[in-house]
Structures are given as structure tokens and as C-alpha cells.
Design a protein around this ligand. Sequence first.
Ligand SMILES: Nc1nc2c(ncn2[C@@H]2O[C@H](COP(=O)(O)OP(=O)(O)OP(=O)(O)O)[C@@H](O)[C@H]2O)c(=O)[nH]1
Length: 562
Amino acid sequence: MSEEKKSEVARKLELLKLRFKEKATTEIGLLQGAVERFRAGDYCASDITSVYHSLHRLSGSAGTFGFAALGEEARSLERLVKPLADTDDGLPERGLTTAQVREVVNEAFVSRVANLASLVSQEQGAPKPHDPSSPLIFGNKTEDSVVLIVDPEPDSARDLTCGLEHYGFLVNVFSSIESALANGAAGVSALVVRDELVIRESGILDALAVKPPIICIGAEDSFTGRYALAERGVDGFVCEPVDIPVLADYMERLITERDEGRSGRVMIVDDDPELLEHYGLVLENGGMEVRRVNNPAQILSVLSEFRPDIMLMDVQMGQFSGLNLARMLRFDPEWLGLPIIYLSSEEDREFQVEALSQGGDDFLTKPVSDRFLLRAVAVRCYRARQRDKLASRDSLTGLLKHSLAKSEIHKEHARCTRLGQTSVVAMLDLDHFKQVNDRYGHRTGDLVIKGLANLLRHRLRKSDMIGRYGGEEFVVALPDCSVEDAQRVLQSVCDHMSGIVFSGGGREFSVTLSVGMAPLGDFRTSDDALEAADQALYRRKQSGRNGVTVSGDEPETVGTVS
Ligand SMILES: Nc1nc2c(ncn2[C@@H]2O[C@H](COP(=O)(O)OP(=O)(O)OP(=O)(O)O)[C@@H](O)[C@H]2O)c(=O)[nH]1
């Protein structure tokens, strides 16, 4: 996030705080008037309920804006009033006596309400509004996958570097952890440390404010060693001798987890405009995509259009109850699996359990600090995405499954035809893969498949679609890309694939790749384009494998692009 954007967020948060102060001051004035009337015996049922709601609102929102003391005092008063507001037959017109009301709304209560006004000017002990200049959890996202390698041995550092560069990682080597960290760890994708003892015996990682995924390479694999590393905050361990594809796969998984953990689509439903805006800004500032809904009557239309990972919902919203809204959403099978998290100052466990049984999934109790909100939301978005991924992604590679890949290609065909752009579809197939399985075993074969998946993820753009089409067959769609550029990129994928050294059964080997590609928009349907790419792949296999063939090329012009 740019400096300008950060100060803009800080300015908006400050403005919201001022607006809250103004509203709270007015609300406390009204509360004072109401409780004084109670003392005089001048009240009706709705007065008691509205005092209760007013205290409930203050207790739920004050902490968020930094007025913890005000929030706590309002909560304590709310608890005292709650039995009066709750009593079914306790409303004045149903027999609640002035004496009973006075017992709760006594002199002390009135003076505590009056004192709320002075707490509006106190921010002591408050959860500090987030400083947008410091990342809340995960650090800055970088497009490139920069990896820092700490290895005191130049030869082994060189081997690691060469191996990882094939996957598209940008590698920087350091001889000590101190020099690597002095270079700055905040923006890097991973830190690979060969000097495992330094990590185990020093607290050097403890001081890191922003920690990238850290993988240690060690000579010995033992429970005690692994535990000591985990204790130090290390994320992964690889034993010597290092198998580069295994290490690359490990890194890929950790980086993906980290990247996915800091993104998410969140819909917030709250009738308090300041709270809604505050939550929205905090989550956006942390990298989330947010849709705010102030009017609960709009949730169905916004849901269909925005399709969030999770929904955060207030419980009491004027005439609407969050519990009923959650139950209503579950009428529709499409939203049965949507995680709904109530944001509520309701502390009563019985109520919470009842709310969860009616369609909600979780409770975040207000006031919630900015940091906690972001962490809690990020974790829940991550889980929701993981669950969706299980259904749509291939479990070995994490790439789109066959049917989803096909439907993405179908969409891209419609898009590029409509806009008159050139997009390319390609089929990729590992060469002589049966021999890999036969010679080195199925598990090693799996590692080769994962290796190609990781290579594609790194070498292609974020906007490209990658799917696992079959066993050792992949499909990619490259939107808005000329045939020449696609051919060049895919040839470089072939070159890097053949450069990766795999090992199995004590031997080292490499695997080549054949590709057939076709310009999507040149065909009437996406299936026709896929068929053409498949034909081109077939011709590539016939004419020597290891390279790219473009649909429509005559067999004699087929050749490896250099
Ligand atoms: N390890 C592993 N092997 C797989 C997987 N899916 C498919 N295969 C194997 O991939 C091999 C594909 O072999 P073939 O279709 O004969 O082709 P090939 O040996 O790659 O030969 P060419 O394509 O002609 O270069 C078969 O042995 C399958 O068992 C998988 O998920 N893991």
C-alpha cells in the first residue's frame, strides 16, 4: 500500500472516531434525560427498551473507536438494565412497579450515566487504532518470489540457487543469518537456512516483526531437533541431502498458504454506519476485499453479486435480527455453506449457543480490536477458501480440476471473442512419463508432476489459468497474449523443466515436456480450440517431443524455439 493510501486510511479512521464521539455525546445526553425521568416515575415500556439498546450500542462500539473505559462502563450499566428490558411481564403497563425500576435506576445508576460523558474524552487503555504503516500480520505482498538463502558453504549455496532458479524463484545468497536479516526479511517469499544450529540456539528469529516462511536444512532428522526448530518459529524442515524439487514444493506450499492467508472477500452487515466503515477500512487496510451493507434488506442481492468468502453480521440491527437473517439465508442451498460470523456485544453464552444453532457459525464479541478483527477474519477466510479449494482443486498439484479448467477456458473463449483479443490455450504433457514411474516409482512420479505444477505457477502470469487436465497432462489459458509471446513463454517452461534435476532410487534424472497450443479466438468453440491444441501436442510428440508446436504449423516447420 502506498504512503498516500496509508495516510488516507489513517485520516478516515480518525474522522470516524470524531463522528463516534459526537454521536456518543448526544446519546449519553438522551440517556441522562431518560434515567432522570425513570426516577420521577415517568416512563413507559419502550423507554426502558431504548435505554437498554442505547447502552448496548455504546458498549459494543466504544472499544472499537478507542474508548475502552466508556465501553466497559456502558456494558456494566447495560447488564443492570437488562433484566428490566427482558422481563416478559415486567413492562410498566404490565405491572412493573416504580419501586422496582427505582431499585435498578437508583442514585448511583443516575450518576454513573452522567459520568459516561466524561469517559468520552478518555482513551486510556483503549485498543489502539491500527497504525497503517505497519503491516498487521503478514507483511507486504511482492509479485516476485524472492528467496533468501543462508548457507555458509559457497558450493552448496550455488547448487541450491541453480536448482531453485529453474522454478522462477529469485535467489539471494548470504553466508550468515545476521547478514540476510540485515538485508530485510519483510518482503521476501521465504528464508531457507542451512545453518540450523544458529536458529535452534539463538533467539534471532524472535525479534522479527514480520516473518516470512522459514525452512531449515539440517544434517540430522530427529524429533528433538524438529521440536526445537518449531519452538523457534520455523515453518519447515528438509534433511540433507537436499532434494531440490522437494524443497521447491515445500516452499511453494508455505508461500501459497501465506499469500492466501492475507486475502479474502468479506461482506459486513451492520446498521451502524461508523462501525461498518471502521471495520471495512481495517480489513481493506489488511489486504481484504470488503463489501459493506448498511441496510440488511439488501443482503441477498449483494451476496449474489459479491460472493464473499465469509459474512460478518451484527446481531441487533433495528427491526432486523441477525439470527433471523442467518436463518433466512440458509433457506437457499447456495448459501448453506457460507460462514456467518456474528459481531456482537452479547456475552450471554446461552444466547450465543442459541444464535449458532440458528444458522450462524461463530461469534466475535464486541468490542473487537483492529488487530484481532483482521486476524480472526483472515483465518476464517483462509479456512473457507481451503474448503472451497478441496472441491475445485486437484489435491496433488493444487491446480484447477479438469471440469473447472474447461469451464474457465470456455469463459475465456467468450471473453476474447467478444473483445477481439488474442488469447491462447495450450495442452502440456510430460514426455515418457510411464518410464519415470517404472524406473523411479510412483511417488517420485508424483513429485515430477508437482514440480511441473510449481514451475507453471511461477513462470506464468497471475492472470493465466492453469489446470491439471489428466494424469500427466496439463492445460493452460493465456488471456490477452499473442501466439508468439505464448510460444516463447511456453518454450521457456519446457527449457526450465528439462533443467530440473529429480532424484529417485539413488539416481538423478530429468524430464522433458511437450506442448501443443492454439489461438483460442480462431475457433468457433472452446472445445474446438482445445482439440486443435491437442492435435498440435500430438504432432509435437510425433516429431521428437521436448518443445512447443503451434496449431496450424506444418510438421516440417515444427521446431524448438530458442
Ligand atoms: N506418478 C503418477 N503417475 C501418473 C499419474 N497420473 C498418470 N500417471 C502415469 O502417467 C503415465 C502416462 O503414460 P503414457 O500416457 O503412456 O505416456 P508417456 O509415457 O508419458 O509417453 P508420451 O506421452 O508418449 O511421451 C502412466 O504410466 C500413468 O500411470 C499420477 O498422478 N502420478
